[in-house]
Design a binder for this molecule. Structure first.
Ligand SMILES: Nc1ncnc2c1ncn2[C@@H]1O[C@H](COP(=O)(O)OP(=O)(O)O)[C@@H](O)[C@H]1O
Ligand SMILES: [Mg+2]
Length: 241
């Protein structure tokens, strides 16, 4: 069953055409990659999916809702169905890891402090941080730990969908592989559908079920990594070398 349908999406910024008719479909439970050269519009497409960016033409359906003509009340509900970890989605430096993770709960729910603490502790352990890490501040933890804390915040509201923008970029190889394993674990544990922008070839091979490769404003390839080998597109072939 598809949970996200992108149909004929065009995106124009000023006079610059970024997407010229994108079509793709993301199935429930898969880890789906958005790939392509820098500047091809991967982050923009991700932002369009999560209703942070308007597009010029076409439609995006997500969990059965057309995001272009959704009512504000439904939009508010829908936003709670996903978590997002942006590439530069930094943690607030003035807040402890605990308070960073708790932020969506404080903002969107009326849970009391002890319930929130219980959920925060659960999420901290889920992403492989230690309970005592909750007291630390972002400046006191490594890049890999920051990504995990960001992930814990994205998972705070028990979303069905998770959007990740280049989650392993800037991490050392060991932390990057650890993050990949965490993604795989969370998918099977929580039954998440995950949409991930990536540049990291190892991560692409290890985690993605299917990919869409954007090139020249269009989808140059959609399918499994295994089938990439039989793609006739020169661009797609060189992308994987
Ligand atoms: N809000 C915006 N206004 C104008 N141009 C934008 C905006 N957002 C992105 N762009 C441009 O759209 C193109 C695609 O950007 P982006 O989606 O960030 O690419 P990618 O994530 O694939 O590297 C870039 O040329 C970028 O400068
Ligand atoms: Mg980007």
């Amino acid at each position: 069953m598809s949970v996200i349908e992108v149909r004929d999406v065009q995106t124009v910024f000023g006079t610059k055409v970024i997407h010229d008719g994108l079509n793709l479909s993301i199935n429930e439970g898969e880890i789906y990659g958005l790939l392509g050269p820098s500047g091809c519009g991967k982050t923009t497409l991700l932002r369009e999916m999560v209703m942070l960016q308007d597009f010029s033409h076409g439609s995006i359906d997500i969990l059965g809702h057309n995001v272009s003509n959704i009512k504000e009340r439904d939009a508010q509900k829908l936003r709670r169905e996903w978590g997002v970890l942006f590439q530069f989605g930094a943690l607030f430096s003035s807040l402890s890891i605990r308070d960073n993770i708790a932020l969506p709960l404080v903002e969107y729910t009326d849970l009391n402090a002890s319930m929130i603490e219980e959920i925060v502790q659960f999420k901290i352990n889920l992403v492989g941080l230690k309970s005592s890490d909750a007291d630390l501040f972002p400046s006191q933890i490594s890049g890999g730990m920051k990504k995990k804390a960001g992930l814990a915040r994205a998972l705070c509201m028990d979303p069905k969908l998770l959007f990740l923008d280049e989650p392993t970029s800037g991490l050392d190889p060991i932390s990057a592989r650890e993050f990949d394993e965490l993604i795989l674990k969370l998918r099977s544990l929580l039954g998440l559908t995950i949409v991930m922008v990536s540049h990291d070839l190892q991560s692409i091979y290890d985690t993605l079920d299917r990919v869409a490769i954007i090139d020249e404003k269009k989808i140059a390839y959609e399918g499994t990594i295994v089938d990439v080998k039989s793609s006739k597109s020169q661009f797609v072939q060189t992308f994987f070398k």
